[in-house]
Structure formats: C-alpha cells, structure tokens
Design a protein around this ligand. Sequence first.
Ligand SMILES: [Zn+2]
Length: 243
Amino acid sequence: MPEGPSIVILKEEVQQFKGKVVTEVSGNSKLDIQRMTGKKITDFTSWGKHFLICFSDFTVRIHLMMFGSYRINEQKESPPRLSLKFKKGELNFYTCSVKFIEEKLDDVYDWSADVLSNSWDPKAAKSKLKKHPEMFVTDALLDQSIFAGVGNIIKNEVLFRIKVHPKNKVGDLPPKKLNELIEEARNYSFDFLKWKKEYVLKKHWLAHTKKICPRCHIPITKEYLGKTNRRTFFCNNCQVLYE
Ligand SMILES: [Zn+2]
C-alpha cells in the first residue's frame, strides 16, 4: 500500500504535466471523468495518501488504496481506472479510488496533519492525541486525521525506533515518548522518502517484515493489531509497554 512518501514521489514525477491540457480521457471509473477533457491541469498536490490533480474549478482525488498503481507515459495490461492523455505523454491510474472534490482544498484538508507537508504542526498532533488517551498507539499512527500519510510500514518502524510497544495506549506513554512518537512519524517519513528514491527502502527496515530484532538478537513478534488489524512487527524485549 503506497504511503505518504510514495505519493510525494508521484507528485514529483508528474510535474511535466503541470499547466498542460488534457486532450483525451478514458477509464472504467463510473464518474463523469469526461469533464476533464480540454481542461488544463493547474497543479498537482497531495495530502497524506491522497494524490490531487487540480483544475481551475474542481480537483480530482486519487487514492491508490491497497493495490493501486500508476504508469507515466506507459500502460499496464489491465484497464485503467483513469487515463489522461496530453499532447505529449499520458498518465494512467489502476485499481484506485477516484473522486471529485468541488470545494476549495483548504476547506477539505487539514494541511497541518500531513507529516510530509511544510504545514505539518506537531503541536496540533499532540493536542489531537491528548484527546484520545484510550487509543492504541498503533491506531493513532494510522489515524489519517492525526498523521496523514503514515501507513503500516512507517507505523512499525517508528514504534521500533522509539522503543515503544505497539500495545501501549496513547495516554500511558510518558510525555517524552509521546513527543518522540510525533517527531519520528515525520522524521521516518522523510527517511522513507529518501530511501525510496534511492531504491534502498527495504534494506533499512529494522522491524517491518523482520525475523530478528537487530538490537536484542531475539525473534521479532508478528501480530495483527489495532482497529484495522494490520501486520505489526515488534520486539517484546526492547519495545516498552508502559502501564
Ligand atoms: Zn529488541
């Protein structure tokens, strides 16, 4: 599943189409995608895992969900959900969710929640977390209204980095650890972005999909945790459970 940093990479890769007119639209989306024909793309932006294609009077929201993918200036065998053609080049999206946003983006998105945004606000994240002391840290990190862009890999690696057990509740964390959680959600996301661009992301995983804890040299535990039942990799020895 593409996490926030992968969407930032997508945004960088499509810059060639900024300011360009869409000459042809196709795809199996049931929406009125033809409304993009003949319209100019004014910008590309993103919020967490949402990729946003901006036109002067509306925005297209692409969410790659679990199995979505895209191709730039090439096609996959499978039919695209949305295909945009330009005088020069094309942009194709597969198995994703497509939605139109009619409102102004500032009215729809809380930019301060996006861990990779310049508008990211750690204080806002902290006050949101304080309102949910009963929430498990695994759920908190995946909560897009608090940490937009954080996905399962980032969750696992952040908790391992800060030595926090995934079965902690937000309210049980010492203040120092709560701050570290917020800081590392952003830091690790930028590391993810850098490593992904260099094709070395997996090499840097310390807990995610790992069998042995690199700190303790004992087996890593794998459990399906949280509201969303996502694969969680952690070390029962060095990741502390506070109570
Ligand atoms: Zn360990």
